[in-house]
Design a protein around this ligand. Sequence first.
Ligand SMILES: *Cc1c(COP(=O)(O)O)cnc(C)c1O
Length: 375
Amino acid sequence: MVPAIHRPAKVVVDLNAIKHNVTAEMQHLPQGVQMWAVVKANGYGHGAVQVAKTALAAGATGLCVAVLDEALELRNADITAPILVLGITPAKEAALASSFDVSLTAGSLSWLKAAEQVLAASGQRLKIHLGIDSGMGRIGFSEDAEFVQANHFLEDNEHFFVEGMFTHFSTADSSDDTYFNYQVKRFKHLQSLLTIKPKYIHLDNTAASVFGKEVKTDLVRFGIGIYGLNPSANPASPSLPTEIDLQPALSLVSELSFVKQIHQGYGVGYGATYQADSDQWIGTVPVGYADGWQRSLQGFKVKVGDSYCPIVGRICMDQFMVLLPKELPVGTPVELLSADPAAPNNIKAAADQVGTIHYEIACLLSDRLPRVYHS
Ligand SMILES: *Cc1c(COP(=O)(O)O)cnc(C)c1O
């Protein structure tokens, strides 16, 4: 989608908050532990290149993305730091990744063999991180026998440099450590089978690091914390306290594009699900579900001028309506999402309303919303 630069609606990202969060995490990490900033999905909707540059300037030493194209976007922006693709990349892209000095995740012996063919054909060497499925049930080695074979395959293999070995936790945001500890044990067991020595061992995501569960390794893959959002991922339950101070960076702002008075019996929006029971002032905001402003946010209160006003009627593709306390002028500022965690329209509150996690609210904000940065 084309960014709508002639519409008064934008995602505002406070790069100072990003810097604050990275700095706070760097101070929290034990000496010598690196931070690799996770900027997948366009930096969780905040803008990958800007966030990556800010995080690197504040002390992060590497970057993680989900797919190869996200890594190429960063390279095209002249970012030279190490970049790891966390997902499985088709083996046929191994040469492309190597050409741009991008590290890929290797999750199976068959993938390694297929990638080796490609790399042999072009005479290249690829940096890889061995992905371990220690209990997430998603990607990576999980069986001893296959992992031992992979280790053997990689010994003295000129086409691969084993830069890392990592796993991903599924319950790091839980107050119950049982499954977390099971995953650590499983990872350490597989690590004990290796004769090759990966440069970086890494397990922790934001939650493991800021909820006091850190497993001391070489680096932390720090994602949601960069953006100042609490990694607790249980919709509608209170967030766990974090060991570092997090400052949310993102807000979403627009303006009233139209204001009118409606009378008793008038409906608002598709299906006329809202009907006025008296004379009321209704404002229209030019943002809708095509911007990632989901229909299930109906009823959520956004800040219009100084007051919090409920969204009435169904959210349309490109517009939604709010019930105003009084007549307000077209152009009145509307804050859909606030970066202030104490504000009623903070991102966690929006996620609770939708029954999801704030990760989803942030990264669904579509390209039609321009990203504007201040620092
Ligand atoms: C997304 C992701 C992360 C970052 O997780 P946060 O909860 O945002 O810190 C780390 N590692 C892997 C493998 C991921 O997919």
